[in-house]
Design a protein around this ligand. Structure first.
Ligand SMILES: Cc1cc2nc3c(=O)[nH]c(=O)nc-3n(C[C@H](O)[C@H](O)[C@H](O)COP(=O)(O)OP(=O)(O)OC[C@H]3O[C@@H](n4cnc5c(N)ncnc54)[C@H](O)[C@@H]3O)c2cc1C
Length: 450
C-alpha cells in the first residue's frame, strides 16, 4: 500500500520520530514485545510531546489511518494494518507523593522503575508480576497485581489521567470531571483518548512479608486444596499465588530440576507475618524449600524470573468462579500427561478480598470470579508449535465448565475481545462512549468486538 502523503509530511514535522515501512529501523520498531504476534502498521511513531500527538491525530484524520497506542506490546493482539503504532517512551515523568500515597507517572514508564523507586517507602504499587510492562498499558487494561486482594485491580487505583482527547484537548480528568471517560479507561484500553500520564493510588504496606513454599508434585492435590480452603478465611491483606512448573527434560537445565515437576505457593502480606494462616498449606505436603520472612516488591520481581526481553510466547487464561476438588484433580492429572509437555507453567491466583468490592466505577471487574488461571506454553525455536496449541486448547476445555462471567483485559489472549470482560450492557456503553469521544474514529478499535 503506498504511503499516504500526510505521513510523509509528518516525518518532517514531528519533534519525535515516525518510521515508514521503507525505513531501516521500521522492522525492529514495529515488533511487539510478544514476538509471536505479527503486526505491520502503516508507520511507527515515537512522539516527543503532546504537540506531536496532536499532529498524529490530525494526520490520522486526514489519511484515514487510525492511531494504535502501544507502549510496549505485551498485550499486542494482532492486525494493525491501516494503523499508526504509537510508542510513548518520551512520556517518562515519575513523581511519588509519599505523604498522600499517590504516584504520578508518564504513559511510557514501566512498572519496574516505579517498584524500584518505592523500595523502603512503606508503599507498594498495584503492579503486575512483570517489571517491563508499562504502567499505562497495564492500568487501562484492568491489571491484576501481587496485591489485588488488598487493593483491587490496577484500574481501581486509577484516581485520574491526563488525556489527549481526539479533539486536541489535553487535560487532567478525574471522576468528578468526566466519570464516563474514567469508567472506560479503567479496563477497556485506549478506546476513548490517549493517556499521557496517570495518577495512581499506592497501597499502604508497612510490613511486607512473604512465604515461598516449594512442594513435590505428588503433594500438589493436597496443597492446592489447602490454598483453596484458605480463601474462605484469608484476610484481604493476604495475597496468594500458586505456580505449578513442569521443566522440560532438556540437557541445558540443572540436574535437580531437569524433567521434574514441582509446585510453589507464594503468600504475601502487606502487614506482617501470617504464619498461622499459611500453616495449613505448609502442613498439606512435604516442603522442599521454604523462604519465609520480610520481602519487598523488588525482591519478588527479581525472584519471579519473568522474561524481561522480547520473547515469543503463547498462553491461555481463564477466570473461574470456583476451584472444586474435581477441577483440582483433573487439572493436576492433565498437566502430568506426557503429551502435555508444552505446558511449562500454570499459575493459579487467589481472587476475592478487595476485588469483590471495587472502590471506583470501571469497566474492568473480577467480582464474579474466585480464581484466575494462566497456562504458559513457551515458543522454543525449532520446536513445532502445534503441540503447544493443542495443550492450551485442552487446558481451556478442561476449565470451561467453571469459567466466570468476566475476566480482565490484561489476561485476554491475542484475538480475544472485550465481550469476555464485560456484559452486553457494558459493551453497548463502550460503543456509545466511543461514538461520543472519538466520532471520527481516529483511535484504533483495539479489542472492541467487531
Ligand atoms: C511476562 C508477562 C507478565 C505479565 N503479568 C501480568 C500480571 O501479573 N497482571 C496483569 O494484569 N497483566 C500481566 N501481563 C499482561 C500485561 O499487563 C498486559 O499485556 C499489558 O497490556 C501490557 O502492557 P504494555 O505496556 O505492553 O501494553 P501494550 O500491549 O503496549 O498496550 C496495551 C493496550 O493498552 C492501551 N494503551 C496503552 N497505553 C495507552 C495510552 N497511553 N493511552 C491510551 N491507551 C493505551 C491500548 O489499548 C493498547 O492496545 C503480563 C504480560 C507479560 C508478557
Amino acid at each position: 500500500m503506498p504511503t499516504h502523503p500526510a505521513l510523509v509530511a509528518l516525518q518532517e514535522q514531528l519533534t519525535g520520530t515516525l518510521l515508514l515501512p521503507d525505513d531501516v529501523d521500521y522492522e525492529t520498531a514495529r515488533r511487539p514485545w510478544n514476538l509471536a504476534i505479527e503486526q505491520r502498521p502503516a508507520a511507527v511513531a515515537a512522539p516527543a510531546d503532546v504537540d506531536d500527538l496532536r499532529m498524529l491525530l490530525d494526520a490520522a484524520r486526514r489519511s484515514g489511518l487510525r492511531l494504535a497506542v502501544q507502549p510496549r506490546g505485551h498485550g499486542a493482539s494482532g492486525d494493525l494494518s491501516g494503523a499508526v503504532l504509537v510508542r510513548m517512551h518520551a512520556f517518562d515523568a515519575l513523581e511519588i507523593d509519599a505523604e498522600r500515597g499517590v504516584l504520578t507517572v508518564g504513559a511510557g514508564v514501566r512498572w519496574g522503575r516505579v517498584v524500584d523507586a518505592l523500595e523502603g517507602s512503606g508503599w507498594v504499587a498495584p503492579a503486575g508480576t512483570s517489571p517491563v510492562v508499562s504502567v499505562a498499558g497495564y492500568t487501562v487494561g484492568g491489571g491484576h497485581s501481587w496485591f489485588s486482594r488488598t487493593a483491587g485491580l490496577g484500574s481501581d487505583n486509577l484516581r485520574a489521567a491526563w488525556v489527549l482527547r481526539t479533539d486536541g484537548t489535553h487535560e487532567r480528568v478525574d471522576d468528578a470531571a468526566d466519570p464516563d471517560l474514567l469508567w472506560a479507561l479503567r479496563g477497556a484500553g485506549g478506546l476513548v483518548g490517549i493517556v499521557t500520564a496517570l495518577e495512581i493510588e499506592l497501597v499502604p504496606a508497612p510490613d511486607v512479608w512473604g512465604a515461598n513454599l516449594t512442594f513435590d508434585v505428588a503433594d500438589a492435590p493436597a496443597v492446592v486444596r489447602a490454598v483453596r480452603d484458605l480463601a474462605a478465611s484469608a484476610p484481604s491483606t493476604l495475597n496468594v499465588f500458586v505456580n505449578s512448573m513442569r521443566m522440560p527434560d532438556a540437557p541445558q537445565l540443572p540436574e535437580e530440576i531437569r524433567g521434574r515437576s514441582f509446585l510453589t505457593v507464594q503468600a504475601l502480606s502487606v502487614d506482617g507475618p501470617q504464619e498461622a494462616l499459611i500453616d495449613a498449606v505448609r502442613r498439606a505436603g512435604g516442603v522442599r524449600r521454604d523462604v519465609t520472612g520480610p520481602t519487598s516488591p523488588a525482591a519478588l520481581a527479581a525472584a519471579s524470573n519473568e522474561p524481561t526481553d522480547p520473547t515469543p510466547s503463547r498462553g491461555a487464561s481463564m477466570a473461574l468462579t470456583v476451584l472444586d476438588d474435581a477441577t483440582i484433580d483433573a487439572l493436576l492429572d492433565f498437566r502430568e500427561l506426557p503429551e502435555q509437555w508444552p505446558l511449562m507453567g500454570i499459575d493459579i491466583r487467589m481472587l476475592g478480598g478487595a476485588l469483590d468490592a471495587p472502590r471506583r466505577s470501571g469497566f474492568a471487574s473480577l467480582e464474579s470470579a474466585g480464581w484466575l488461571l494462566h497456562a504458559l506454553a513457551p515458543v522454543i525455536p525449532g520446536v513445532p508449535t502445534e503441540p503447544g496449541d493443542a495443550s492450551l486448547e485442552a487446558f481451556r476445555e478442561l476449565l470451561r465448565p467453571d469459567e466466570a462471567a468476566q475476566t480482565v483485559t490484561t489476561f485476554l489472549e491475542p484475538g480475544q475481545t472485550l465481550d469476555r470482560c464485560g456484559s452486553a450492557d457494558d459493551i453497548a456503553r463502550l460503543r456509545e462512549l466511543r461514538a461520543r469521544f472519538d466520532p471520527e474514529r481516529v483511535l484504533h478499535d483495539g479489542r472492541l468486538p467487531g
